[in-house]
Design a protein around this ligand. Sequence first.
Ligand SMILES: [Zn+2]
Length: 118
Amino acid sequence: MEKEKIEKFKKQLEERKNKLEEELSSIAKKDPLVKNDYDAKFPDYGTQSSDEEAFEVASYESNLSMEQALEIKLAEIKAALERIEKGTYGRCENCQEEIDEKRLEAMPEAKICVKCNK
Ligand SMILES: [Zn+2]
């Protein structure tokens, strides 16, 4: 792939990475002991009634699943940036063919081609 195009995808990936990290930090606190790991925040709405406690747990659970989804996406984007550094970006991890650029434009973190994704 041409260098200019890789640069373009790299920029897109970095923008997405920053956005995801922002979203993650709003719903989760970064675990200081584990690099690249986030813990969902346990919200504190007070514990006066059992109703509020139930709401707290539900909110924590939805934060947790959203946090996990964001974390997976972030990992994919970071892996794509690593492939750019290694010079393997744009190549299918499964069949080693070049991934269609249209696919990368829609999903710059794609690591396998359309054929292998089926
Ligand atoms: Zn493939």
